[in-house]
Design a protein around this ligand. Structure first.
Ligand SMILES: NC(=O)c1ccc[n+]([C@@H]2O[C@H](COP(=O)([O-])OP(=O)(O)OC[C@H]3O[C@@H](n4cnc5c(N)ncnc54)[C@H](O)[C@@H]3O)[C@@H](O)[C@H]2O)c1
Ligand SMILES: [Zn+2]
Length: 733
């Protein structure tokens, strides 16, 4: 018999082995997480192991013995504190990850309760740690951690220091004995400040708010606890004696609030699973709105009698379910720290990591900003690191998992010379955090970045000149010489020049070469010719597009020059006021500073830019190649219906780009700003508007959608304000 088909009491040996292995992994992770407050694996990894364990036991029920980790809660208390027997067992929660999981939970509850278990109370799953508070005759008698559910750590002295936890209950009909359960946490802002303080004191920062709360609550010296911003929110009851008992979870919350206990406002009772799903989806998008971190939503059967009927499994109630959002933190290996060179010569260290999926995308690089930040984060090459990616925010290396070090890790050393052109790096001015390569004219990295930028949608808008092509033009593999040595060469390119170019593929975010996972080597491409050495479609497109780009409006041409501080809005102001490159070049610093939207600082950088000979050469070579250097005379102004109003544009508007929407507003005399303030007259919000939308709601700034925007352009601001008032449907809290 082969090993894979061997069985012990009907269970394949392979399954037995895996079960034992997973049990060890889970027990060890729990100990590190609950007792040491020093996890070495991510929650996602833990959940994956736990899920696999559950699945194995479902397939082979005999594996589900009473000492399996699936039958237990948390971990036994640490021994650093007095032990406490809980008055009623504290449980965990079962996890759901999909709408199907929720439906399966509801169906099982419906079967067991012999009827619809709704309505449901939906609330946020706070990422903190569980606590039980005992009040006898209204006085706080004891606070204890969950421990293994039966026995916990006595942290009463520390709990007494938590702001918002009453030492005496108030109100009518207070039970003679009540045990409330809740979550102790540190708000995100408090966590940020706490970590800043720790770093200032030369102490290691906490990895995340949950960890900081756990470490703080289990401090041996309550004076330390008292100085930290711990908070608590109540979300359940263990014991309730000597007063009329509530009948629902929501009524319980109302009563607890009357007693002076901290209860969240962010819960909602809903009739069916449809609204439960809506609540879950709402907070998936608004996950970072609350002041504290959440890792999901908890859904509870509201009726307490139904809760009792449904009862509990060995570790979790059947009447509640924790829906978990995808993890925003994972662990991965820091393979290397490499430095990239940006458009302005800034030299930035990048973490190069073993690829991992986090918040729905694969991440293998993350900026580390500068050498001081690498130091501050304390990461070494070879470390296992915590990588965080919250929604669409760029990924961030949080810090090392120091418990996993084996001595082979090594420190990162910031290079002294540009990794791409060898020039000695320098600070531009004293006190700068960033080192730069001063070789702006000839550093191939800076040329690559500038060419790529110049081809962008808001500049020359050249299709066929993406990052790979920009690399090929500025950095071909030897023996080829670069065909673009500065931007001046761009409009003189010919098909013949392009054909032989081979180059390395680079990552547009970091500028670092991409590695082919199969060969472990840099990827090389021949972009502009096919196998027979004939021009590729991409090469023809590029030549065509360059021809077209010779006619772009002046504002876009200005953006393409990479003059510092001259982005699209400033370029528009310059172009509108002076209408030609020559006029801008010949204007005095005072004349430039007098233009609306341009201050003395920007005027000075513009003047400086045009004084550099190789910059002027770009202008002259482009002019000679036939690039248009001026705008048509100003068009007849239409009615200035939006005079004196300020707008902010966000999201995607059908039929407009962000720029064309701004132009339409400007043509009617409106001002376009980049951020929402009290002075904003209207926010124009297309689809997928983000934080600007929330800010406008908070400040009471009227919001126009695509239809409202059309009304604004056609019929003016009064008509649009009416439309906005009608459409103002605010999201519920
Ligand atoms: N990284 C690791 O090594 C490691 C190890 C062990 C556990 N963990 C993490 O802990 C989880 C398991 O821990 P658990 O058993 O505490 O379960 P859980 O965190 O999945 O759910 C139960 C807990 O949720 C808390 N909670 C938060 N908000 C709540 C609310 N509104 N209503 C009710 N309860 C609420 C309660 O304190 C309760 O004890 C894992 O899924 C993993 O994320 C990680
Ligand atoms: Zn350089």
């Amino acid at each position: 018999m082969s090993e894979s088909s061997a069985e012990v009491e009907g269970v394949p040996v392979a399954a037995l082995k895996r079960h034992a292995e997973l049990s060890d992994l889970v027990e060890d992770a729990r100990w590190r997480y609950y007792v040491l407050d020093q996890p070495t694996v991510s929650d996602a990894q833990f959940d994956a192991w736990f899920g696999e364990l559950l699945a194995l036991e479902e397939a082979h029920p005999s594996l589900q013995t009473p000492d399996s980790p699936t039958q237990k809660v948390g971990a036994p208390p640490s021994g650093d504190f007095a032990k406490v027997q809980h008055l009623a067992r504290m449980e965990s929660l079962d996890n759901a990850f999909t709408a199907e999981d929720m439906a399966a939970w509801q169906a099982r509850a419906e079967r067991l309760a012999e009827g619809d278990p709704g309505p449901y109370l939906c609330e946020l799953k706070i990422d903190g740690l569980a606590i039980a508070l005992v009040y006898r005759d209204g006085r706080l008698e004891r606070g204890a951690t969950r421990g293994d559910g039966r026995t916990g750590d006595d942290v009463t002295d520390n709990v007494r220091t938590i702001q918002g936890v009453p030492h005496r209950l108030t109100g009518d009909d207070v039970p003679s004995l009540v045990e409330v359960r809740g979550e102790v946490y540190i708000p995100v802002e408090g966590f940020r400040r706490l970590n800043e303080q720790l770093v200032e004191q030369g102490k290691p920062p906490f990895a995340n708010p949950r960890n900081s709360a756990a470490g703080t609550l289990r401090q041996k010296d309550p004076r330390v606890t008292a100085q930290r911003p711990l908070r608590m929110l109540v979300h359940g009851v263990g014991v309730w004696e000597g007063a009329v008992a509530p009948r629902t979870q929501s009524e319980t919350y109302a009563r607890l609030r009357e007693f002076g206990l901290p209860v969240s406002d962010l819960y909602k009772v809903v009739p069916t699973l449809t609204e439960v799903d809506e609540f879950i989806e709402h907070y998936r998008v608004h996950r970072h709105d609350p002041a504290y971190e959440i890792d999901g939503v908890v859904v509870k059967v509201d009726d307490l009698r139904t809760q009792r009927e449904l009862g509990s499994t060995s570790r979790a109630p059947r009447w509640a379910m924790a829906f978990k959002y995808p993890p925003e933190e994972v662990n991965t290996k820091l393979l290397d720290i490499q430095v990239g060179v940006g458009r302005t010569g800034r030299v930035t260290p990048f973490a190069v990591m073993e690829p991992v999926v986090v918040s729905g995308s694969t991440v293998e690089r993350a900026t580390l900003h500068n050498a001081a930040i690498v130091q501050k984060k304390g990461v070494l090459i070879g470390d296992t690191v915590v990588l965080r990616k919250a929604g669409d925010v760029i990924p961030e290396v949080v810090g090392p998992v120091t418990a996993l070090r084996d001595g082979s890790e090594r420190e990162f050393v910031m290079p002294t010379h540009c990794p791409e052109c060898g020039t000695l790096l320098a600070y531009e001015k004293e006190g700068d955090a960033d080192l730069r390569c001063p070789n702006a004219r000839a550093c191939p990295a800076q040329i690559r970045e500038r060419v790529y930028f110049a081809a962008g949608r808001r500049a020359l808008d050249i299709d066929g000149l993406g990052y790979v092509a920009a690399t090929a033009l500025s950095q071909p593999l030897p023996p080829q010489e670069p065909v673009v040595r500065t931007e001046a060469d761009l409009f003189d390119l010919t098909l013949e020049q392009l054909l032989p170019i081979r180059s390395v593929v680079r990552d547009p975010d970091s500028g670092l070469p991409k590695i082919d996972p199969k060969t472990g080597e840099e990827k090389v491409v021949t972009l502009f010719s096919n196998q027979n050495g004939e021009p590729s479609a991409g090469a023809r497109l590029l030549i065509q597009e360059l021809e077209r780009a010779k006619q772009v409006p002046l504002a876009q041409l200005l953006v393409a020059l990479s003059i510092r501080h001259v982005g699209p809005p400033t370029a528009r102001d310059l172009a509108a006021a002076l209408r030609s490159i020559d006029a801008i070049m010949n204007a005095s610093e005072e004349e430039l500073a007098a233009i609306e939207g341009i201050g003395p600082r920007v005027a000075a950088t513009i003047k400086e830019w045009f004084e550099v000979d190789w910059h002027r050469e770009i202008i002259e070579r482009w002019r000679a190649a036939g690039v248009r250097m001026e705008d048509e005379p100003a068009p007849e102004k239409g009615p200035q219906t939006l005079e004196g109003l300020t707008f902010v544009v966000t999201g995607t508007l059908e039929g407009y780009t962000r720029d064309s929407a701004s132009d339409a507003l400007a043509a009617r005399g409106g001002k376009v700003a980049s951020s929402v303030s009290k002075k904003t007259s209207f926010l124009i919000a297309g689809d997928n508007a983000g934080s600007k939308y929330d800010k406008a709601v908070t400040l009471g700034v009227p919001i126009l959608d695509g239809a409202g925007f059309e009304v604004l352009l056609k019929n003016g601001p009064e008509a649009a304000a009416e439309a906005a008032a009608e459409a103002a449907v605010r999201p519920e809290a």
